[in-house]
Design a binder for this molecule. Sequence first.
Ligand code: ZN
Length: 657
Amino acid sequence: MLNRWNDQDAAHYTTDLALRVYTSRLLGQDRSLVLHGGGNTSVKVTETNLVGEEEEILYVKGSGWDLETIEEAGFAPVRMAHLLKLARLDRLTDPQMVNELKTSMTLASAPSPSVETILHAVLPYKYVDHTHADAVVTITNSHNGLARIREIYVEDMVIIPYVMPGFDLARLCAEHFASEATEKTVGMILMNHGIFSFGETAKESYDLMIKLVARAEDYLKANKAWVLPSQKATTTIKPLRGEISRLRREISAVAGFPMLLSCDMTPTCLSFAQREDIATLSQQGPATPDHVIRTKRLPLLGRDIAGYATAYQNYFEENSAQATDEKTMLDPAPRIVLDPELGLCSLGRHARECTIINDIYRHTQEIIQRATLLGGYQTLPAHDIFAVEYWDLEQAKLRKGGNPPQFSGEVALVTGAASGIGKASVDALLERGAAVVGLDIDAGIEQLYQRPDFLGLVCDVADEEQITQALESTVRHFGGVDMLILNAGIFPESCRIDALATETWRKVLGINLDANLILMRECYPLLKLAPAGGRVVIIGSKNVPAPGPGAAAYSASKAALNQLARIAAMEWGSDGIRINSLHPEAVFDTALWTDDILRSRATHYNLTVEAYKRKNLMHVEICSRDVANLAAEMCGPLFAKTTAAQVPVDGGNDRVI
Ligand code: ZN
């Protein structure tokens, strides 16, 4: 365990709360302690209120904040006096608890206090740190876990049997603490959940967390349960995009909405999925109930989605029958698939969710394998996991996001995505919630955006091999292709037919026409499997209805592409794939148009650059963004029943009209 405390850094944090921020972030930086919103911390301070009274305030992590990036504003200030009175009640329902916590804050704009707030309040220490450390949950989830935990911690830790987080857990801890704590006590273990450390200073509590978790790691090392078995993973060479798209389609159908599917085929994940005992190992349950809300109780092993959905329904029916209140079943689709060919697949409605699920399960794989080495992985019974999965407070957290954006769970592929209309299309689709893959011959595409819902791939669309490679990567990364924006194209220098070189003609047709045929052909089987129907948008040109002299190759290529789209509409309509075209004119904010070219064109027409840009019936300037927004909308519900449409984006052109 690395202790990340640094005196120089810490010196910048001068107040109790600031130091609370500092060590909370240190905990958050260590993924073996805290993952995505897990864990919580607090500090108790005395403050003078507006009417001059001194009050003891508990600053506790607010919901929606991650320890790794938390700020002072991420802590909710709650009045201690009231919390301690609440802790003495016999009963407090969840809605009552949430109400009391919120109404006992001293700052109305603060985030909602953690559900573990009362627990933090009853622990008689200034600083309290809580994590779901991997090493600790590995041992609590092992055969004979309690005996092992006693062996490691009984001297200076209070050990609490598993109870779901909330008021009952806080009361139980208070009782155990009153009877079992001694002057030696420095922390607390919650079985099948995590660990607490305490201190009078931020440093003391943080140091203890590191030291106490290190003890669990040392125990695993001493018991030959630390080094993971090295296994050779078998990697599949054949293309997998068809199978992956089908799997995603079937899971989305069970979920009732489109989902992204991201395959992690690194050797660690492949070898885990290929273990002979995977059926036993993977079907026990999550390492800590904290994970269940993201991952569901169990991963799907293999590809029997119908079987998974039935099993989930049974799990719901059996457990909800014993619940005191009415429960509504969540969608029965898995969030994790373990497959010997596809490795670890994570499913979510947003790429960020897939990343989180992947992270959680990569840690779970380690926990499971170490617990197995220690004598067997053993988790809480299903009804305890169910209680957390269907806990109103957890459900409320998930629902808080409101309605998902338009293209949630969907994948768009944009060609020529590094600049101009292509880049604007990437932006328009990202804004509407799609995961976007951008292809471009320009290597800058890889660095266009650093965010989980964007993947930039260098690809020369004139090269068939590169196209199939890009599609394979796209599908492994996001699970399929639902929307295809065919934008890449070239506009050669003006040249009359009598001087047009065969080579130029072929090059223009190769990129503007042939490449799009190959893309359409190769994407067709994927578009057919799009959970919400496939969509293609062609960035055409005003030159289709109104060609100009000197642009033979360009105009012919765009006209042929236009005809190709019309035929695709006929052939693919019954597959639920719609294809529509846009005919932009005079979009000057693209790489094609330098200031010099603009000036010379304007002079040619005896116009100023400004007037030249607005040389249309409405006298408006057409921007990449205008074209991109319409392209994105053509993939949305407005065009749900339209195919083979050709829409001008030109401010009005009398030759087109
Ligand atoms: Zn916890």
